[in-house]
Design a protein around this ligand. Structure first.
Ligand SMILES: Nc1ncnc2c1ncn2[C@@H]1O[C@H](COP(=O)(O)OP(=O)(O)OP(=O)(O)O)[C@@H](O)[C@H]1O
Length: 263
């Protein structure tokens, strides 16, 4: 969990996203602090992925600004922009591994692209990163030979290859069963705690939000913007916004039943 006064590593101010004149959201503003797991949540189509893509510089803001590690994303170009982008890691929903390369080779790709490390050092870094996500024994396997949960872990290991202080995860639980998803949540918390990595996680999985999120924001399609910000457990218990309450309650009802045969 982040220190109360931890440094701000991301500052989003009055951000608007529009496509062809259509507003997806506007007046979005929040801060992410070093070492916390920050969750972007909301129903389908509210703009979670669009916000993430703005934060990693894939889309220019229609209005407003995004500062990452003190740098204004919008004002950087060329080498300064590349240098900043190297300091953030991204794991896309699918894991997006290269199918014909082993897991170790997958992790070496960003090292080959962005560093002058010799082959033995790259191999060593790949082993360390796979060890961090519990895949030390799977280094020589191909993506087709591993489970969905392992592919997500490998995707996180690859996103960590260059030791970024901030990691963005797009729907990490998508396509996973509840037990595998809970294991991934535990890994995310462990990495945040042990390495001090800041996580920004896009998800609409309530169990994950409550398990990993120090703080969150909730986007809403109808409001075209943010409708809540804060500790997700407090929002669940105390929010007076009916949409926020419905979001948490609906999904609680959809959660799997507790195991039978106890008590
Ligand atoms: N490049 C784009 N051009 C035009 N419209 C886009 C583009 N990217 C996203 N949109 C639109 O923005 C809206 C929000 O999409 P987005 O994928 O960000 O939502 P989301 O909250 O991540 O949804 P989900 O949970 O279903 O993935 C959608 O209506 C989508 O069609």
């Amino acid at each position: 969990m982040a220190e109360p006064q931890a440094e701000t590593v991301i500052r989003v101010e009055d951000l608007a996203a529009r496509f062809g004149g259509r507003t997806i959201f506007e007046h979005v503003g929040f801060e992410v602090r070093r070492g916390e797991v920050f969750v972007i949540l909301g129903g389908s189509g509210c703009g979670k992925s669009t916000l993430l893509k703005h934060m990693i510089g894939l889309y220019p803001p229609a209005e407003g600004s995004i500062h990452i590690l003190g740098e204004d994303m919008g004002s950087l170009d060329g080498a300064a922009r590349t240098a900043l982008l190297r300091r953030i890691g991204v794991m896309w929903q699918s894991g997006a591994l290269f199918g014909s390369s082993t897991l170790a080779e997958n992790i070496e790709v960003p090292l080959e692209e962005h560093t002058a490390l010799p082959a033995e050092a790259r191999a060593l870094v790949a082993r360390v990163k796979l060890g961090l996500v519990g895949l030390a024994d799977a280094a020589q396997r191909l993506p087709a030979e591993i489970s969905g949960g392992m592919a997500k872990r490998a995707g996180i290991a690859r996103a960590m290859a260059l030791d970024p202080p901030i990691l963005f995860l797009d729907e990490p639980s998508a396509g996973l069963d509840p037990i595998t998803s809970a294991g991934l949540d535990a890994l995310i918390r462990q990495l945040a705690r042990d390495l001090g990595t800041t996580f920004v996680v896009v998800t609409h999985e309530l169990q994950s939000i409550l398990a990993i999120g120090d703080r969150c924001i909730m986007l809403d399609k109808d409001a075209k913007g943010m409708i809540a910000e804060g500790d997700p457990r407090r929002l669940r218990d105390e929010s007076e916004n009916p949409v926020v309450r419905a979001f948490f309650r609906r999904e609680v009802l959809e959660a799997p039943p507790p195991p039978r045969g106890r008590g």
